[in-house]
Ligand binder design. Structure first.
Ligand code: FAD
Length: 244
């Protein structure tokens, strides 16, 4: 296990931006003073307007490890204050203020070598909530960790899937499409239900460690169903992105 990485304010320079989906953008920031971060942690971005007005929002980190390149994936809320700026206006070469890394609870670290039979891991994402779970999936692969990992990803349409190339190459990824499913998909598009959740995830007798992330209503519904299905609360970790 890595030592504690104290959170602090840093200045980063945007080094790459690329469309992630029709409404989201991947942003890579070089932060020379970044202490590294565990998979699943997040940071706060603070923007300052020329008149001094400031706005601050949290974003999960899609990357993990010791490097100074921090990768974010931001979905635009059309009526939002900060996300439209990050998706449309922030440009390569711009500097931004970042506070982090944050969140010691919603992180995944490779099992200790003394942990002979690590519990399998079930990740459950709603929309952009896939960002920290993608970091966990990538860190697990990078560590060559043999623990079984599964991701259930609830997403509006196939075009809205974040990290598409990487997830296509990963094992154990299941999708629930809420608005439009691909042609020939075995189930009709629709909101995740208790039954669909039960059918798609590791059962309680496999004792998975479960990470759930997404909009607040999604996380709350899924967490309630998980407990209802018999998963102990101590095995469930949640991260809420907001919204009602
Ligand atoms: C720990 C954490 C990690 C996060 N990581 C990410 C991330 O990796 N990628 C990402 O795109 N976003 C992430 N978010 C959400 C992000 O912080 C902002 O809330 C989001 O970008 C909207 O900000 P805004 O200023 O554009 O909208 P605001 O001006 O703050 O809000 C506009 C309207 O949208 C509603 N709203 C706010 N957030 C949400 C939401 N998540 N879903 C639905 N409605 C919402 C508000 O209630 C308001 O009505 C994260 C949030 C948290 C707490």
């Amino acid at each position: 296990m890595k030592g504690r990485r104290p959170a602090a304010w840093h200045t980063g320079t945007v080094v790459a931006v690329a469309p992630e989906t029709p409404s989201a953008r991947r942003i890579t920031v070089d932060v020379p003073t970044w202490p590294g971060n565990d998979a699943g942690s997040h940071l706060d971005i603070r923007l300052t307007a020329p008149d001094g007005y400031q706005a601050q929002r949290s974003y999960s980190i899609a990357s993990a490890g010791e490097g100074t390149r921090v990768v974010l994936a931001v979905d635009e809320l059309p009526d939002g204050e900060v996300s439209p700026f990050l998706v449309h206006e922030l440009a390569v070469g711009d500097t931004i203020e970042l506070h982090g890394p944050l969140g010691a609870f919603f992180v995944w670290q490779p099992p200790e070598s003394s942990d002979l039979m690590p519990a399998p891991v079930q990740l459950i994402a709603g929309g952009s909530g896939v960002v920290p779970l993608f970091a966990m999936l990538s860190a697990h692969e990078a560590a060559g960790d043999p623990t079984e990992f599964r991701l259930l990803y609830s997403v509006r349409t196939p075009a809205d899937v974040f990290f598409r190339p990487e997830l296509d190459a990963a094992m154990g990824v299941d999708y629930i499409y809420t608005r439009e499913a691909p042609k020939g998909w075995p189930t009709a598009a629709g909101r995740i239900s208790r039954a669909a959740l039960e059918a798609a995830i590791l059962p309680p007798d496999r004792a998975p460690r479960i990470y759930v992330c997404g909009p607040t209503p999604f996380v709350e519904a899924v967490a309630d169903w998980l407990v209802d299905l018999g998963h102990p609360t101590t095995s469930i970790r949640t991260e809420r992105f907001g919204g009602s």
